[in-house]
Design a protein around this ligand. Structure first.
Ligand code: HEM
Length: 476
């Protein structure tokens, strides 16, 4: 009871099991993780505590408090809680499931490398557009009377997968390895679908001894995916070691070369070695792939449900590109307020992480006027924050106009999180979303093939899943 008084309000918790009974009950009655968080927010306010077993989890569901905690006091919240399964798989390597000096070095290195390669600038734009053009050429080749019917996931998985692959190891997915990529991607999709908050919280020994098949499947899938994705990097590393390959400092083409240059110049050490390179590649590949694809598919699902939004965005894009005589480019962003609002609304509405990653609070402090004890886990609960009706009126409605009526509102959409552990690929993802949505809208008309969905897919999982969407690309 003393501990409870040093935390923000929340439902009454029981010894040992905490709020698990209420959490399970509300998940069942509300039908999703985000509605459960929303319900607790309505009852206890924008900052509330849920005890998961013996550990208090503090969720922040408004922009102002999230900003105050994770941006103004950023350095205090750099340490994430890592699910035991992730910690086991990653073995204290990489950027996703590490803390401390190694994490800092890897994050700094990745951000710097992306910046040098021009993420958010021209060079990256060229890579994204080359990939999009190649995929559109594929679509056009398959067209019958100007219409191509395809699974949205195949189209966007390949587009996004190829972009991130070419950034990481310099190779697109083409005819010869396309099928292998799609096979791995399907296996990952099934694993994500099985993956639950249970896998994230239980100690590793419970998984190993009581759910061994589940545990072994996940370990094997991680190894299979890593060897597929990092194959090119391993080959280049082997050649570097034999003295047959040297990285040209002036011509860094991809992330692998930037990493190998570090080894070439300084030798291998705790941070820069082949195991870390493999982990970094898989960390960035997985995080960069699923998130962007899910956003694109959820977005097209909404656009098909709201054709008036597509028409309005298309009209704006045609005006900016002289009636479609040139591609839309990143420099056009300032002239496309409606498209920007549409993408902002897609990201708010999709809010693809049902549950954000937890940070560790190391010392007693205050958040939003409430005490928060040391040892508590804290996060900006993005899914609840994006449906907070005191900020976003009628939050279930897909309504890009809300950001035209109030321009400042767009700042309160934070799909990439905030603070030291915010999304490392934000600049790349923003460029991809703008160029892919923008350029597809004026090249094609879109129609659904079969029924469209308005229900969330797997609403109880850790992250949202893409809608199963079949659509027609109709050449304009
Ligand atoms: C629409 C696309 C994307 C969305 C919505 C998204 C969202 C997020 C969110 C919410 C987080 C956690 C933030 C927090 O803890 O507060 C995150 C972390 C991360 N994201 Fe993204 N992301 C996207 C695309 C990408 C891309 C393209 C990459 C890389 C190429 C990437 C790499 C990462 C990494 C490495 C982290 C962990 C950073 C760390 O722990 O230091 N993401 N992302």
């Amino acid at each position: 009871y003393r501990k409870v008084s040093r935390l923000p309000p929340g439902p009454f918790s029981l010894p040992l099991i905490g709020n698990l009974p209420q959490i399970v009950y509300y998940l069942w009655t509300t039908g999703s993780v985000s509605s459960t968080f929303d319900l607790f927010r309505k009852r206890y306010g924008n900052i509330f505590t849920l005890w998961v077993g013996p550990i208090p989890h503090v969720s922040i569901a408004d922009y102002e408090t999230s900003h105050e905690v994770f941006v103004k006091n950023a350095s205090k919240y750099a340490d994430k809680f890592h699910a035991p399964l992730f910690a086991e798989i990653k073995n204290e390597n990489g950027v996703l499931a590490t803390n401390g000096d190694h994490w800092q070095e890897m994050r700094r290195f990745a951000l710097q490398t992306f910046r040098n390669m021009g993420v958010g600038k021209d060079q990256m734009e060229v890579k994204i557009m080359e990939e999009l053009d190649a995929r559109c050429a594929d679509i056009d080749k398959q067209a019958i009377n100007g219409v191509t019917t395809t699974h949205a996931s195949d189209f966007f998985d390949l587009t996004v997968g190829s972009i991130i692959n070419s950034i990481l190891v310099g190779k697109r997915f083409e005819e010869h390895n396309k099928q292998e990529f799609l096979k791995i991607k399907r296996a990952l999709d099934s694993a994500f679908e099985l993956f639950s908050p249970f896998d994230l919280t239980v100690p590793i020994w419970v998984l190993k001894y009581f759910f061994n098949r589940r545990y072994t499947n996940m370990i094997n899938l991680n190894e299979e995916t890593t060897s597929f994705v990092a194959k090119e990097a391993c080959e280049r590393y082997a050649e570097l070691k034999k003295g047959n390959y040297r990285v040209d400092k002036e011509k860094i083409n991809d992330f692998t070369d930037a990493f190998l240059l570090k080894i070439q110049e300084g030798g291998e050490n705790r941070d820069f070695n082949i195991e870390t390179l493999k982990t970094m590649i898989i960390d960035l590949w997985i995080t960069g792939q699923e998130t962007t694809t899910t956003t694109l598919i959820s977005g097209f699902n909404q656009l098909l449900l709201h054709p008036q939004v597509t028409d309005k965005a298309r009209k704006e894009i045609l005006e900016v590109t002289d009636n479609g005589s040139r591609p839309l480019c990143l420099a056009d962003k300032l002239s496309t307020p409606y498209l920007n609002a549409m993408i902002g609304e897609i990201q708010r509405h999709a809010s693809i992480l049902n549950m954000n990653f937890w940070r560790i609070n190391h010392e007693p402090t205050y958040m939003g006027g409430y005490p928060v004890d040391s040892g508590a886990f804290v996060t900006a609960q993005l899914s609840a924050l994006h449906i907070n009706e005191t900020v976003f009126e009628n939050p279930k409605k897909f309504d890009p106009e809300r950001f035209i009526r109030d321009e400042k509102l767009l700042q309160k959409v934070i799909p990439f999180g905030v603070g030291k552990r915010s999304c490392l690929g934000e600049a790349l993802a923003r460029s991809e979303l703008y160029l892919i949505f923008g350029n597809l809208l004026f090249r094609y008309n879109f129609k659904p093939h079969g029924k469209l969905s308005t229900e969330e897919v797997l609403p109880y999982s850790f992250a949202k899943r893409p809608f199963k969407l079949e659509m027609q690309f109709i050449k304009i």
